[in-house]
Design a protein around this ligand. Structure first.
Ligand code: ADP
Ligand code: MG
Length: 602
């Protein structure tokens, strides 16, 4: 797995940069707080030496009150420093967290259609929250642990060095050894434990989310135990990795504590030598001990902090991968907006495969020309590539071969948003937001008034069922729209498209058989929707097909027949069968004759 630690730091910094003032104040506060409270042991040293001499010693009382004043003063300054530092740190952190959430949101939604097909929804959501949490925790670790550690260690080494170079060298050498060891170990741990752990963690969430999304399927097939086993498999994988990581921590801790005992003994040994030479006072011992305690406290935390930091970066890693990922379909720099004046659409030699491999082409050398205002249907066997053509028209994928032109403009050269804003799409299985029906329909035109929404709903024959709900247009439709029937959802999608009122309309008809009442309502709604537009339909209903100006029969990614319904059932323009085995001639007639229930394949 690729690591993005450097990129993540840069990314965080890019977000922090906007708040340089708060950053500077937070750091200044921290610096003041630490440098003053590290002065306190020096005051204590003076105290102890004076106390050891007794109050009768010359000038002792005056001296001790000076030290007392110094103690109060330093403590106060340190207190103020901490207040300033922690306040601005919190302020900075919360702002950056907000900005980061927004950036992650945008980075996610910028990704291509295919990207979302390949991912688990739950896992994606978790990546965003983990990235933001990671920033918060990293911010805290750096401010409250890492920077204090560096500052305090620097003070300790400097003061000890001034006291006696031997102490300074001993401590410095030890710190270098300790930190080198810890850094090496932590990097090892990140690579071998933390990254796999984050992955295992994500796998658990993904499984959970996938099963929740499919809870009906699990119920219908009574597969709870099956899913439970698979889930415990994922959790167990996580457990193994987590246990490995914790065991590793415990081993490392025992090494570091041993190193500390070693330093303690070394320092004490030199202290005894100095005492023998008469250059070591009781105050020195207090100073030394209190500095060493500080050092240990900081450094003992350092190993854990560092390993935790690596772990946090590993958590951010997965989101960073997305933030860093260039979307598969991008606007060219300086791409202009699509201008749809008439609404003619032309495909020229379009070939496409999802995998990028020639052999697995789903669309093969497709060409057609649809005049402005013309209504065409695509029919044919399931898997023939009908839906794919629509995806290409909306540029959910870029073409490797061929071009699609709208009013003479190549869609690969215009801004994607401008393209999609001018094509209304009614998908086969519309998914709705868990928002009110009013908001769901208004999605086609965000600035539409309530009246316009109602008018569109009436044309789409949504008004009937919506008025039946106690809360009418304020009714929430459930996640993905589960509280509506398929026919109702499709009519909502039609209402949206009516409201969007674009010149070009793309419609993937629902395949689920509707009762004749819904079918009539939908047919009516479609007539209202299609008026005066260039229309592409993947048609499953006879009633739709018969009203079309032209029908393309698609098989294995090629148009094998085209013509009006009358032409095709009578004997229209026939294309030659090809080497891939598309049988071509007469396919429409066969489908037509086969369908008793009124559906033309899938
Ligand atoms: P139709 O709408 O005519 O039933 P589609 O255009 O949906 O057919 O699919 C055409 C072929 O492309 C099918 O074989 C399908 O398995 C494949 N396909 C569809 N979507 C994807 C995808 N996102 N990734 C890979 N293959 C896909
Ligand atoms: Mg389809």
């Amino acid at each position: 797995m690729k690591t993005y630690t450097g990129r993540t730091i840069r990314y965080f910094y890019d977000h922090i940069r906007a708040y340089k003032g708060a950053l500077a104040l937070a750091l200044a506060g921290l610096l003041i707080a630490i440098s003053t409270d590290m002065g306190l042991p020096l005051v204590m040293k003076g105290f102890v030496n004076l106390l050891a001499g007794g109050p009768s010693a010359q000038g002792a009382v005056a001296e001790i009150s000076k030290l007392f004043a110094a103690f109060v003063f330093l403590s106060m300054i340190s207190w103020i420093g901490w207040r300033i530092g922690s306040t601005f740190h919190a302020l900075l952190e919360v702002r950056v967290m907000k900005d980061l959430s927004e950036s992650c949101f945008a980075a996610l939604h910028r990704q291509s259609f295919q990207f979302f097909n390949d991912q688990f929804v739950g896992a994606l959501v978790k990546r965003v929250t983990r990235m933001v949490c990671a920033f918060e925790e990293i911010g805290d670790k750096v401010f409250y642990e890492f920077l204090p550690l560096v500052l305090r260690t620097a003070v300790v080494i400097t003061v000890l060095w001034m006291m006696d170079a031997k102490f300074g060298i001993l401590v410095l050498g030890w710190v270098i050894l300790y930190i080198g060891f810890t850094v090496a170990i932590s990097r090892y741990k990140m690579r071998n434990y933390d990254l796999p752990k984050a992955q295992a963690d994500t796998a658990v969430t993904a499984r959970l989310a996938d099963t929740v999304a499919n809870h009906t399927t699990i119920r219908f097939f009574a597969r709870f135990l099956f899913e439970k086993d698979a889930f415990s498999g994922a959790v167990d994988k996580w457990r193994k990795i987590q246990w490995g990581a914790w065991r590793f921590d415990l081993i490392i801790d025992s090494f570091t504590t041993a190193l500390m005992i070693g330093l303690d003994a070394g320092i004490l040994y030199y202290a005894i030598l100095a005492w023998q030479a008469g250059t070591f006072t009781p105050g020195d011992l207090v100073l030394l001990q209190s500095y060493l305690m500080t050092l240990y406290q900081q450094l003992f935390g350092f190993g854990r902090t560092l390993r935790h930091l690596y772990e946090l970066f590993a958590n951010a890693n997965e989101m960073m991968e997305i933030c860093d990922k260039k979307p598969a379909v991008r606007d060219r720099s300086g791409a202009s907006d699509l201008k749809v004046t008439r609404g003619s659409v032309e495909a020229k030699g379009v070939s496409f495969s999802y995998t990028g491999e020639e052999e697995r082409e789903v669309i093969r050398g497709l060409s057609f020309k649809v005049k402005a205002g013309e209504k065409v249907a695509f029919v044919g066997p399931s898997g023939g590539g009908k839906t794919t053509i629509f995806k290409l028209l909306l540029r959910l994928f870029d073409l490797k071969h061929g071009r699609i032109l709208i009013d003479g403009q190549d869609i690969s050269g215009v801004r994607q948003d401008s393209l999609r804003a001018q094509i209304a799409m009614v998908p086969q299985e519309p998914v709705l937001f868990h928002r009110s029906l009013m908001e769901n329909i208004r999605y086609g035109k965000p600035d539409a008034t309530d009246e316009e929404v109602r008018a569109a709903a009436k044309l789409a024959h949504c008004h009937e069922f919506i008025s039946g709900f106690p809360e009418g247009y304020g009714t929430f439709v459930g996640e993905r729209g589960v509280k509506l029937s398929g026919g109702e959802r499709q009519r909502v999608a039609i209402a949206r498209a009516i409201l969007a009122d674009t010149r070009i309309l793309v419609l993937d008809e629902a395949t689920s058989s509707l009762d004749s009442e819904s079918e009539k309502l939908i047919k009516d709604a479609l007539v209202n929707l299609m008026r005066g537009k260039t229309v592409f339909v993947i048609a499953h209903r006879l009633s739709t097909v018969m009203d079309m100006d032209r029908i393309f029969v698609l098989e294995k990614g090629r148009i094998v027949e085209e013509g009006s319904h009358a032409e095709l059932t009578g004997g229209g323009v026939r294309h030659e069968p090809d080497e891939a085995g598309a049988h071509g001639a007469g396919l429409y007639k066969k489908l037509w004759e086969m369908q008793a229930g009124g559906y033309l394949g899938e």
